[in-house]
Design a protein around this ligand. Sequence first.
Ligand code: HPA
Length: 278
Amino acid sequence: MQENLTIEEIDEVVAAIRSRVEIAPRVGLILGSGLSHFAESVENAASIPFSDLPHWPVSTVKGHSGRLVLGQLEGQDVFVMQGRIHFYEGYTMQQVTLPVRVMQRMGVEILVVTNAAGGIADAHQPGDVMLITDHINFPGLIGKSPMHGPNLDEFGPRFPDMTQAYDPELLDLARKIANENNVPFHEGVYVGLSGPSFETPAELRFLKMIGGDSVGMSTVTEVSVARHGGMRVLGLSGISNKAHTDLSFVATHEDVLEAGKQIVPKMETIIRGVLRTI
Ligand code: HPA
């Protein structure tokens, strides 16, 4: 499988989108498990199935419907990924992050990412929401980075800075909106793993020890590419299950989808408020 996507290939995707819809989106949203129906409230929506786009990987996971939705949400022109692409499905890191590159070529400045995650912090309960203040990018740390290979100078530098991966001003705004609307939330560090297996008890003890608060199988790769291209990022974890070190506990994909139902209204309130304000 070809590892690197060229700027020409990325621009072919942009051209395919522009041939179907005239829009200059400012905000990109990548909606994870559970939240994908949020894309249905986009106004003046143009939908493009992932399978219609050149070079575009097609999501295979239940609960991820797999299309692009372009239109308006809370007065903003948005580019919504209804369903995301995961590394564990077998795609390359470059394929996983192609949507972010396409957003960047279309002028998107702000990326909002959501995910379903296991709660590592003691206080986290299924159905809770966590604002992501920072992350630990495990695939990146072991050499699985979409920026491995020739640097795409059109987007950003060879050694991108990650000190403020999650934008402090967007975080402040999200806190303010959550408080004003009585939406309870946690804050913390998201640990991104490759999956698809859930963590062993020993791995979870380790992730807790190194400062992880929630854990999942997405987001960090997309966020690193977003930051490489200079986007500002807001990240939200929906806690779908407690990431237990208890041997009798088994998390299922159904648990993940169920807790998503409690998470959705909280996340929607925060995201809509942020879109209205920025
Ligand atoms: N671990 C990893 N990924 C997840 C989890 C988890 O417990 N829950 C939802 N995604």
